[in-house]
Ligand binder design. Structure first.
Ligand SMILES: Nc1ncnc2c1ncn2[C@@H]1O[C@H](COP(=O)(O)OP(=O)(O)OP(=O)(O)O)[C@@H](O)[C@H]1O
Length: 565
């Protein structure tokens, strides 16, 4: 293949204006074939340039066009296209229902093509400063990650697994750019983290912050109005929000409030799907998720992982942390990093992890879920597992010890050291080079894509009015009075003024500023609540005395006053 032939074909394909196609069956077929060509073409480039590394996983983007993944169609909605697709208005419909996965009648998830991002990282280390007791004033540095290496391609789901405290969230934060990298290399399409990349990354937090009194539909609609580019009309943004809502199977609960500690709302699974929806609204190229399945039953968890799989199959790169998945969920991951005490114990295909551990002498002696086996290993628990002779010989050279009746196998520390050593030996220098070999994403596209990165959503005034309306809706259950309004507006002005042109160039200054703001806010809030509590608000509807009591309680809480008890 000529070096430039892929690019030429890509450009030719890009120049095809698909916007003119009508939603007739004929044109849809035309679109399908073009989109499939496009994807295969990029894949061709990848496999040629990557020199066959992970050849077997090379069907990254082309997977999106596989029959299993579903059909391509013209986008019915006028959602903005991505840089990569140029004038294309394509959507990839992927099946998300496990039970319907192989049937054509299942739910379809619309995912547009996006700029593919190949994430690669080498020797990622992270140290945190641990504050000692105040009286000793001794801060110490703690190594949380000891050099983790890996990579993930568009179309793949990389799972970060390991026991609690193993460093999964820390690694996820570093990879997503939320925490600044101090040691090691992380590249995105062979480029370091940059500001423009921020808009291409979606991050779903473990405990995502959502407004408890807003409904599912309102949450997605406000997110769409705020974050989608201004090239879309208000109606188009709303339509996009509704599409995502339908795609995630949230229609049934669209008018239910999200709920929180004091208000019953949607279920945990629906909440997780909503948080994912909040991120996929923007069609990110890279999606990071921190424990998206924690606290969910296995069927709901499987549904979420299945959804991530579908998102990846549309050409996105998905990285997720996971605690202890069921074997069915485990089989959905393409790649796996097993972390133990901040060290990498395995990096590679999830499907090959058992073969690898068996090759180093660690196999389950009883039928076991692979995830359970791996977490046990990462914890150094060798119960019901074969102990490699090398491990016994290396760490317990005095064989009489083995004969002691109380000998319960190698210690967790010995196991950890053995596994770290075995993994490092596997990642020989040539392997490392392969892991980091950049995947060719059409250079021109990449550069254009990053330079002309998406516009941010609404203008300053639009943001203000959307947030104002959202704030009103969130507090609609509360009573409405002039004192309340004054309270909110004055607090907002004071907080705004406090942060206006403030110097937040260093974390210390930021901290100072935040503490000053917090103290002042509490003071002002306390004062206003006190005033509020002394007002008798005339009732329009409902119980005035109840409101009066609520004002008193607030005042007591904030000021600690015993006056009203
Ligand atoms: N900024 C920090 N300062 C001090 N210690 C930290 C800091 N960040 C993380 N740690 C410690 O590093 C270890 C790894 O934390 P991390 O949150 O990455 O673990 P995890 O694998 O995600 O755990 P879990 O599964 O329980 O969420 C923990 O022991 C944690 O206490």
């Amino acid at each position: 293949m000529e070096p430039n032939s892929g690019r030429t074909r890509l450009q030719k394909m890009r120049s095809v204006d698909l916007k003119t196609a009508s939603p007739s069956g004929k044109n849809i077929r035309k679109t399908k074939s073009l989109s499939a060509q496009f994807l295969v073409n990029v894949d061709e480039l990848i496999s040629n340039v990557a020199g066959g590394f992970e050849h077997e996983t090379g069907l990254v983007l082309s997977r999106a066009s596989s029959h299993r993944m579903g059909i391509f169609s013209l986008a019915g909605s006028s959602v903005g296209s991505d840089d990569l697709s140029g004038g294309m208005r394509l959507q990839n419909f992927c099946d998300i229902d496990e039970e319907d996965h192989n049937s054509s009648s299942g739910r379809k998830i619309h995912i547009e093509p996006t700029l593919p991002i190949y994430l690669s990282f080498q020797d990622v280390k992270y140290k945190a400063t641990v504050k000692g007791p105040v009286e000793r004033r001794s801060d110490s540095e703690r190594c949380i990650l000891h050099g983790v290496t890996g990579s993930v391609r568009p179309g793949e789901v990389l799972a970060l697994m390991g026991p609690s405290g193993g460093g999964k969230t820390t690694l996820l934060n570093l990879l997503s750019g939320r925490v600044k990298l101090k040691s090691g290399t992380i590249t995105y399409n062979d480029q370091p983290y940059g500001k423009s990349l921020k808009q291409r990354i979606g991050f779903v937090l473990q405990d995502d912050i959502v407004f408890s009194h807003l409904t599912v539909k309102e949450t997605l609609t406000y997110a769409a109005l705020l974050r989608l580019p201004n090239s879309l009309t208000r109606e188009q943004k709303k339509e996009r929000a509704m599409n995502v809502l339908t795609e995630l199977g949230l229609e049934r609960c669209q008018d239910t409030v999200i709920g929180g500690a004091f208000v019953r709302g949607i279920s945990g699974g629906e909440r997780k799907r909503l948080c994912i929806g909040n991120e996929i609204l923007l069609n990110p190229s890279l999606l990071f998720l921190d424990e998206p399945t924690s606290g969910l039953d296995s069927t709901t968890a499987l549904r979420i992982v299945q959804m991530l799989h579908s998102i990846a199959e549309a050409g996105k790169t998905v990285v997720t942390t996971i605690h202890q998945p069921s074997s069915t969920i485990f089989s959905k991951f393409d790649k796996l990093i097993l972390l133990g005490k901040g060290s990498s114990l395995y990096f590679g295909k999830a499907s090959e992890v058992m073969v690898y551990f068996s090759s180093i002498g660690c196999s389950p002696l009883i039928a076991m879920n692979p995830a359970e086996f791996l977490i046990d290993l990462a914890n150094g628990n060798m119960k019901d597992k074969s102990v490699p002779s090398e491990l016994e010989d290396k760490f317990l050279p005095q064989s009489p010890k083995k004969l002691e009746p109380k000998y319960a196998g190698p210690s967790p520390l010995d196991v950890h050291e053995y596994l770290v050593g075995a993994h490092e030996a596997r990642l020989t220098s040539t392997d490392k080079a392969k892991v980091l070999k950049p995947m060719l994403i059409e250079v021109e596209t990449r550069m254009q894509g990053w330079a002309n990165s998406r516009e941010w959503g609404a203008t300053w005034w639009q943001q203000f009015s959307i947030l104002f309306l959202r704030g009103l809706k969130e507090r609609r259950h509360e009573y409405f009075s002039s004192v309340r309004v004054t309270q909110v507006i004055s607090t907002a002005i004071i907080v705004g003024l406090l942060w206006w042109h403030s110097d937040t160039s260093t974390p210390k200054r930021l901290q100072d500023q935040a503490s000053r703001a917090a103290v002042l806010c509490f003071g002002v809030l306390g004062l206003l609540s006190y005033i509020n509590s002394n007002f008798h608000i005339p009732s329009r509807k409902g119980n005035a005395s109840q409101r009066e009591v609520s004002g008193h309680v607030q005042a007591q809480c904030i000021l600690g006053s015993k006056k009203h008890q």
